[in-house]
Design a protein around this ligand. Structure first.
Ligand code: MLC
Ligand code: AMP
Length: 486
């Protein structure tokens, strides 16, 4: 059996080649036969250039249907797809490219940081290639994608995601969320992270559904299309922004079957307000780049605000003590996950295995949680020092390392504070050397020129020293408390 993810997807949509796969805001439509033909062109282009199964193909592209075809073409040719956020800047790209060593890169002509990549291509490059391609044989353990996720050391690590990881997770979600004939997905998420690229896209393709394809999230554009959709997926910020629109009403959402939220905590008040306004209980699920989706609130049973529900079929999720002992309901500990969804490991970091996995094979998520008496999991904190802003992860260490390079900076601490739109936003506290002068604007401009825009601090404060505990460690909780709310 061919365990190539594309073979699984095509086994479902192959039966309906004439039905609509993707519809653009201007009304342009692509059928499932186009998905097959256009993805074949990219597979042929890359194979003809000499790329071999296992080679990496990097993409830093604005969201487009062609980027979907490129992704699927890579799957078909056994190439490993490496998506990069368009917000990443030269130094960030240089790092990813140096680490992953892609054989080809699709990016804007003016993009910098891709030096050394053998083939630098634009999406138009596949236009002349053949629309027929025989999807290559892959086993469940073969790599499908390399997705970088910010590391605790300030350096991102590549999660090695396999065909088996993606297929099993797509099937589990398709079943759990009761996809059915007639479903239409409204797709507003970016395609360079797992929520938009894997969770949303795969479930719709598995269902041979039409996808109303928006180039980016825009509350007005979403509202305009909700009456034609049945399923919508987003990060909590999307729901906060939808609620700010008067046009969001129960009547508007009548044809909708399912609203899914994830990537960051959904506030109970957003859940409640959305239910009041639309009659829909948002279904919150929990996942990560390394594992795909782990848990979900039930489709049929109660969707409990502030929880992420139960383990998905085929996946084991436990809350464990510091020495990896499973804990009982009500007890707080590290969330650990085992199943066909869990990545093969981090790219070129085999030595990390013992740190990332328990002796009995569970992946340590770095999230802290608790199961309630009914088996609903709540995420109550994180062992990892991470800020999630508008659904994007920001590792404080990366910002601190950069700011510490500035002349006059003795030390710095980056931390998250509540933000009405982004859930959390980055604030930085800086201690200057005696006599040094630096302004908030200068610090912001410095970071903005070097890192992706969502990592740029919204606020910078200068302090005589940082709060520390008896061990000399900076107490970020104190900083968070002091600078929350203005
Ligand atoms: C944009 N800005 C942000 C930001 N996005 N600031 C903090 N956090 C963010 N997420 C800032 C920009 O720097 C800019 O600042 C200003 O906001 C306007 O930029 P924009 O690009 O016009 O913003 P907008 O289009 O409104 O984008 C906001 C957003 C977007 C919420 C629509 O961030 C988004 O789509 N987020 C989704 C992220 C996602 O897909 N996460 C899934 C990861 S997978 P200035 O100063 O320049 O004006 C994952 C696993 C899982 O986590 O479980 O799913
Ligand atoms: P990423 O590294 O971008 O894949 O982000 C994964 C992290 O996002 C997880 O480890 C969690 O900390 C967080 N996350 C994802 N979904 C949720 C959710 N529903 N609630 C709270 N945190 C979440």
């Amino acid at each position: 059996m061919n365990e190539n993810l594309y073979a699984l997807l095509a086994s479902r949509f192959g039966a309906t080649p004439d039905s609509v796969a993707l519809e653009l805001p201007d009304g342009t439509r692509y059928r499932y036969s186009d998905v097959e033909a256009e993805s074949a062109r990219f597979a042929n282009l890359l194979v003809d250039l000499g790329l071999k199964a296992g080679d990496r193909v990097c993409a830093q592209l604005e969201k487009s249907v062609e980027s979907v075809f490129l992704y699927l073409g890579c799957l078909r040719a056994g190439l490993v797809y490496l998506p990069l956020n368009t917000a990443y800047q030269e130094s960030e790209i240089r790092y990813f490219v140096g680490d992953a060593e892609p054989a080809a890169a699709f990016c804007a002509p003016e993009a910098r940081g891709f030096d050394g990549v053998r083939h630098r291509l634009a999406l138009s490059a596949a236009a002349g290639s053949s629309p027929v391609f025989r999807t290559v044989q892959r086993s469940a353990d073969d790599l499908a994608s390399l997705v970088y996720t910010s590391g605790t050391t300030g350096r991102a690590k590549g999660a090695m995601v396999t065909h088996g990881n993606l297929s099993s997770n797509a099937l589990a979600l398709h079943e759990s969320w009761k996809f059915r004939p007639g479903d239409v997905l409204l797709h507003a998420l970016p395609l360079f992270h797992v929520h938009g690229l894997f969770v949303a896209l795969h479930t719709a393709l598995l269902n041979a559904s039409p996808i109303l394809f928006l180039p980016r999230f825009d509350a007005g554009a979403v509202i305009e299309r909700l009456p034609r959709a049945t399923v919508f997926m987003g990060v909590p910020t999307y729901y906060v922004r939808l609620l700010a629109e008067d046009a969001l009403t129960e009547e508007l959402c009548k044809p909708m079957r399912l609203f899914v939220s994830g990537s960051a905590p959904l506030l109970a008040e957003t859940f409640a307000e959305f239910r009041r306004r639309t009659g829909h209980a948002i279904l919150e699920r929990y996942g990560m780049t390394e594992t795909g989706m782990n848990t979900s609130n039930p489709y049929d049973g109660e969707r409990r605000a502030g929880t992420v529900g139960h383990a998905l079929p085929g996946i084991s999720v436990r809350v464990a003590s510091a020495d990896d002992r499973p804990l009982g309901n009500g007890e707080i500990g590290g969330i650990q996950v085992k199943g066909p969804n869990v990545m093969a490991g981090y790219w070129r970091l085999p030595d990390r295995r013992a740190e990332d996995f328990t002796a009995d094979g569970f992946f340590r998520t770095g999230d802290v949680g608790r199961f309630d008496a009914d088996g609903y999991l709540s995420i109550v904190g994180r062992e990892k020092d991470l800020v999630i802003s508008g659904g994007y992860n920001v590792y404080p260490k990366e910002i601190e390392l950069l700011i510490d390079e500035l002349p006059g900076v003795a030390e710095s601490a980056a931390f998250g504070v509540p933000h009405p739109d982004f859930g959390e936003a980055v604030t930085v506290a800086i201690v200057l050397r005696p006599g040094a002068k630096l302004t908030e604007d200068e610090v912001i401009a410095y970071v903005k020129a070097r890192l992706a825009n969502f990592k740029v601090p919204k606020r910078v404060v200068f302090l005589p020293d940082l709060p520390r505990n008896a061990m000399g460690k900076v107490v970020k909780a104190t900083l968070r408390k002091t600078y929350s709310g203005g």
